[in-house]
Design a protein around this ligand. Structure first.
Ligand SMILES: [Zn+2]
Length: 216
């Protein structure tokens, strides 16, 4: 899943209004933040394979540390514990735990069976929504619209940065999503891993425009 993960982050602001959107968004994309790091370290493996599913040209050969159910629960708990130690804010803590785990669940809906339950396990899960472009756009698009709508309703811009920072982020995600669906596959695995690191920039960006919006 791609834009559906961002929907979870946006929606979390409704549950944990006092938490920064930066951290609320980091949670549902956390596994994908880790993934390129493990690819570069050679601990996980992806293969460019156009047509792997209708939606993605990627064959997720091996990603047991970033994307197994068991390690997801571990990342979620570690992230939530750290956050709670710093803030003592339960709604935020809950959103972070739930957000990290939601990534695995949403990926399990869209991926073909390639998600491991635990490192070293043989079983792979995935319901394969990505085999259909229309079904994928319907499900992810609906989630995304709901998430953006919840955040837009929950917060009000206090200045121009609060308006344009937010809406340009939404527009960029939609453009990237379309490029992802209909554009050419990445040239090779190395380029893919390094470009995937760009995702880290989401955290300061959303944290920035979120500071320029207040709770409605
Ligand atoms: Zn993922």
């Amino acid at each position: 899943m791609f834009i559906g993960h961002f929907a979870v982050g946006f929606a979390a602001k409704k549950v944990a209004p006092r938490a920064s959107l930066g951290v609320l968004m980091a949670a549902p994309i956390f596994l994908d933040l880790l993934w390129p790091v493990f690819l570069i370290l050679g601990l996980e493996q992806v293969r460019i394979d156009p047509g792997n599913t209708a939606v993605t040209p990627l064959d997720f050969v091996r990603y047991p540390i970033s994307h197994s159910l068991l390690t997801s629960l571990g990342w979620a708990t570690g992230f939530a514990v750290l956050y709670h130690a710093r803030t003592r804010y339960w709604p935020g803590t809950f959103c972070i735990w739930f957000g990290v785990v939601s990534h695995w669940v949403l990926d399990a809906i869209v991926h073909r069976p390639d998600l491991p339950l635990y490192p070293g396990g043989q079983m792979r899960v995935g319901l394969g929504l990505w085999n259909s472009i229309p079904a994928t756009i319907m499900v992810e698009g609906t989630l995304f619209i709901i998430g953006v709508w919840l955040y837009a309703k929950q917060t009000r811009p206090i200045d121009k940065a609060g308006i344009y920072g937010f809406w340009s982020f939404v527009a960029l995600l939609i453009l990237l999503y379309i490029g992802n669906l209909f554009g050419p596959p990445p040239p090779d695995e190395k380029v893919l891993a390094f470009t995937a690191l760009i995702l880290w920039l989401v955290i300061p960006w959303v944290g920035w425009f979120d500071r320029h919006r207040r709770i409605a």
